[in-house]
Design a protein around this ligand. Structure first.
Ligand code: HEC
Length: 380
């Protein structure tokens, strides 16, 4: 999960203050749960659908004879979310973290994994997939910079088209512009169920960096509480199954994609497409850029022309605005190694309250990628 706009960060901070104040008043039989306020199908602060984690937290708490108090914090930057919640002891249970033993957080223990989540193949019903070979000679849609994008782009024989939003992938599938997609399974399954009348099959995959179990994190200082949570989780097996069905998670047996390692994977935060769970992306920006260049060939010259036609009345010709926060040449200075993701997210989502329009669905994803390639050429 990459660094996103300050708007979202502010929301997180406000939510925490409210949560922490409530938490102080919490009594002993209250389970303080930290989770994301806006991450369906996993969790959601308001609305009719609460998500798998929130509904599960309720079940777990009730099995423990407790009630739930929520501390909401956006998790697109997971390390930051952890630092501001469970690592400060403002919650008893953080839903959720990779169960993987390599994923360690100071001061925090984890329960055993309670649910497997992974990427998934989205394809027309009736097609069968047994291995990676079955994706060859197909046009495969992926989300920009996602692990499947990076992994497929670095191998021979695959044709990928990258998108910035999952909705755009489903639109391309519906129009027959791509044959299959490799998307984050829970999100794809949920959208398939909600918006696509379950017309696609969503088949989970296995392989390095493509998925794994998630666990509940508990402060190290509370081993007894952890034991109670673990017991309640164990007793909640059938609830977990029912919840994953309710939210459309793919449940069939996973297909082994047996990717070879291309780079030492690291755990990093990932973009909005990928808010929960965990993602491994190429270890360095250098690898990522090489891979992206192979996959998309973003066209900086086309991006420059597009920018000067569409964006320059607010940002100046070639992005050289005299207004500092509109000066596109300062992105790298401002956001360091996260500048590209920040640019992508800002263009896509806009900052409506600050005068930057939302471009998602207004201009093509490829144009956004071209624009960012142009931005690369003008950084100071
Ligand atoms: C109506 C005016 C307007 C238009 C048109 C516009 N922007 Fe913006 N944009 C803004 C403003 C204002 C900000 C600064 C928001 C802030 O204060 O954070 C901004 C911020 C940005 C940023 C983040 C800059 C930073 O350093 O944080 C990027 C990237 C960006 N715009 C790209 C684009 C692109 C690409 C287009 C065209 C597709 C575009 N903008 C069109 C007004 C506009």
């Amino acid at each position: 999960m990459l660094t996103l706009g300050k708007v979202k960060q502010t929301l997180g901070a406000v939510a925490l203050v409210a949560g922490a104040m409530m938490a102080q008043q919490a009594s002993a039989d209250t389970l303080r749960v930290c989770t994301d306020p806006d991450n369906l199908p996993f969790s959601k602060m308001d609305g009719a659908e609460k998500g798998v984690y929130v509904e599960l937290a309720e079940k777990v708490a009730s099995r423990m004879g407790s009630t739930v108090e929520y501390v909401w914090w956006l998790s697109y930057n997971q390390r930051k979310a952890l630092r501001n919640t469970i690592m400060q002891d403002s919650c008893d249970a953080y839903f959720s973290l990779p169960a993987d033993a390599d994923y360690r957080v100071r001061g925090v223990n984890k329960t055993p994994g309670f649910l497997n989540v992974s990427y998934a193949i989205v394809a027309a019903k009736g097609q069968t997939f047994k291995s990676l070979e079955d994706l060859k000679n197909k046009r495969v849609a992926v989300l920009h910079s996602s692990p499947p994008h990076i992994l497929l782009a670095s191998r021979e024989g695959f044709t990928t088209t990258s998108f910035i939003a999952q909705e755009a992938v489903f639109a391309a599938l519906n129009k027959g512009e791509v044959d299959v997609a490799l998307l984050w399974g829970p999100s794809a399954g949920y959208e398939n169920m909600k918006d696509e009348q379950s017309r696609w099959q969503v088949i989970p995959v296995k392989g390095e960096g493509l998925g794994g179990a998630v666990a509940v994190a508990v402060p190290k200082s509370k081993p007894e509480l952890q034991a109670r949570i673990e017991k309640a989780l164990q007793e909640s097996g059938s609830d977990i199954q029912a919840l994953t069905q309710k939210y459309g998670f793919p449940t069939s047996a996973p297909i082994e994609l047996a990717f070879k390692k291309t780079a030492t994977p690291v755990h990093t935060a990932h973009a909005a497409s990928q808010k929960s769970g965990f993602t491994k992306v190429a270890a360095t920006n250098k690898d990522t850029e090489w891979v992206l260049a192979q996959a998309d060939v973003p066209d900086a010259a086309a991006g420059k022309m597009f920018f000067n036609n569409t964006c320059s009345h607010c940002h100046g010709t070639n992005g050289a605005s005299p207004v500092s926060e509109r000066d596109i040449r300062k992105l790298k200075t401002r956001y360091k190694e996260n500048w590209k993701e920040t640019a992508l997210t800002t263009i896509r989502n806009g900052r409506p309250d600050l005068g930057m329009p939302t471009w998602k669905g207004v201009i093509k994803d490829q144009d956004i990628l071209n624009i960012v390639a142009f931005f690369e050429t003008i950084q100071k």
